[in-house]
Design a protein around this ligand. Sequence first.
Ligand code: 21W
Length: 254
Amino acid sequence: MNFTVLTIFPEMFSTLLVGGIVKRAIENEYISVEPIDIRGFTNDRHRTVDDRPYGGGCGMVMKPEPVAEAVRHARKKRPESYTVLLTPQGRLFDQQVAQELTGCKGLILVCGRYEGIDERIREHLVDDEISIGDYVLTGGELAAMVVIDAVSRLIPGTLGGEDSAQEDSFSTGLLEHPQYTRPRSFEGADVPDVLLSGNHGAVKEWRRQASLLRTVLNRPDLLREHHLSRDDMEFMKKLQKDIKTIIGKHSTES
Ligand code: 21W
């Protein structure tokens, strides 16, 4: 898959080459990342990409002409690509959207700066709009890198351990269980005995319950969507009973 990134900060994308799975995926040609400088599509002496907002207000808006020319250039070069605008107004990026985007032959990722891009670009020149979450960034570049990272690792071959991506949290719908490695005792904190028992059934049950407990404590919203097995329900009921016992004890004390 090819990622073409339209940005006024193309150098930011060299950080993808520093290390890790994305770097290896590029080297092994599972993916390619081509940042294109939007300033290259300006015609004036100052290479102007921004202007004052119509109607007034603070800040600047990205001019439509250079962005439009950059999108057309990228589409001509990669006619089978899907064009995505990174914007706080977009649909929320999650594992399902990442999975969906792996079906594209290529992605053209359009990054805004300043207070945003002229609305006519969104209306007429993009196929999709994505936000990576409800917080304010200074531009679309980091969001584009998040999309590149999450989509790249789903492409067969890039992770090494092919199906590990299918077992991830958010694919299974639960948070992941805690992980441990050597040493067995670290600064007074020990690895749970069950993980050293060699009892695969017990390990599997412990991990499942640890996942459920983490999810109910930190992300109960995930559980409302998720199907729970009979064993899961039994564990949850035991938790409920334990909690009720504790509450009961404390209310009779006070
Ligand atoms: C932040 C642009 C705030 C515009 C209208 C009236 C891309 C992003 C971005 C940015 C504003 C993403 C205004 C999560 C993000 C991004 C830069 C608002 C003020 N507009 N996902 N007043 N969060 N952010 N401009 O910020 O480009 S994906």
